[in-house]
Design a protein around this ligand. Structure first.
Ligand code: GLV
Length: 328
């Protein structure tokens, strides 16, 4: 079978020049309308596909894979891959890949954008200004939380977490972190390992950047929020479900913590409407990696993964090496 006769499905719209390149190599089916497919539409689209570029919104599991007998690779255009049942892929001999590293810096920048905006009340004061409420300057206008010289907490000091922590040195901050297990000192980059409770209690600003799995569902809920400082900022760039959004609404409403910056939500994009009623929160629509250059790099890495898999080679960011032995 020639490469041109191999079918690659691109489940959501990506930059047109990337699709044009892909079309030179493969028989490409894309989703020009960019409407999220439900599971049966996804299965119908992938039924005759050899490869697929998918996003975090599409679920890949046994039910889907049973219907897609030609499928050899699912290439997530995302670093987080909780939408893919990797064990199911391995059982079906389907390679699964993600896009690590290329998004570290852009995503770390966005975590800081949310942290600075939430702690310094940028969204709240801008809304106030835009609605014509600024009649006179006042000394006590919008006092925010100090950032320089304070303590940054990172829950999940991985590749992105380290990029976030590195930026903290410009703010002369101390960095503490918690992971399931402590990193080797060379990988800590000067951050101090603490237990989870200490992280909650001592962080002036806490950034969540851990991978989602059922084990960390609602790892930040009412009990954890109540241990944080009343002046603290919480930033979630990990995944919806890591935070109990209803508990967070309550903590922000009652000023148990000062502010939050969220890029990810439970039940995206239909977020908890009570989040929208709060002033002490900055919300972005799951765009932490969204710079033109980074999104291009992510798509190119996903395409490189598909190209390698369909040429019988090992994809550069393979998640399930065990599938190589029984690949379709
Ligand atoms: C985005 O959320 C990603 O996982 O890349």
């Amino acid at each position: 079978m020639t490469a041109a006769s191999k079918r690659v499905v691109v489940t959501r719209r990506i930059f047109p020049e990337l699709v044009a390149d892909l079309k030179r190599e493969f028989d490409v089916v894309d989703n020009e309308k960019d409407i999220g497919w439900n599971p049966s539409e996804l299965a119908a689209a992938l039924k005759d596909a050899d490869g697929a570029l998918i996003t975090a919104g599409e679920r890949v599991d046994d039910t889907l894979l049973e219907q897609c007998e030609r499928l050899k690779i699912v290439a997530n255009v995302a670093v987080g891959y909780n939408n893919i049942d990797v064990d199911a892929c391995t059982r079906h001999g389907v390679l699964a890949t993600n896009t690590p590293d290329v998004l570290n810096e852009a995503t770390a920048d966005h975590a800081w954008a949310l942290l600075l905006a939430a702690a310094r009340r940028v969204g709240e004061s801008e809304r106030w200004l835009r609605t014509g409420q600024w009649q006179r300057w006042a000394f006590e206008m919008f006092p925010g939380a100090e950032i320089s010289g304070t303590t940054l907490g990172v829950l999940g000091l991985g590749r992105i977490g380290r990029a976030i922590a590195r930026r903290a040195s410009g703010f002369a901050m101390k960095v503490i972190y918690h992971n399931r297990s402590r990193l080797a000192p060379d990988d800590e980059g000067g951050a101090r390992y603490v237990d989870f409770e200490t992280l909650l209690r001592e962080s002036d600003h806490l950034v969540l950047v851990l991978p989602y799995s059922a084990a960390v569902h609602h790892i930040i809920g009412a009990a954890q929020l109540s241990q944080m400082k009343p002046s603290a900022t919480l930033v979630n760039i990990a995944r919806g479900g890591v935070v109990d959004d209803s508990a967070l609404v309550e903590a922000l409403r009652t000023r148990q913590i000062a502010a939050a910056g969220l890029d990810v939500f439970e039940n995206e994009p239909k977020l908890n409407p009570d989040l929208l009623k709060l002033d002490n929160i900055v919300l972005t629509p799951h765009i932490a990696s969204s710079t033109r250059a980074t999104r291009t790099a992510m798509a190119l890495l996903a395409i490189a993964n598909v190209r390698a898999a369909l040429a019988g080679e090992r994809p550069p960011s393979l998640l399930n090496p065990d599938a190589l032995a029984q690949r379709r």
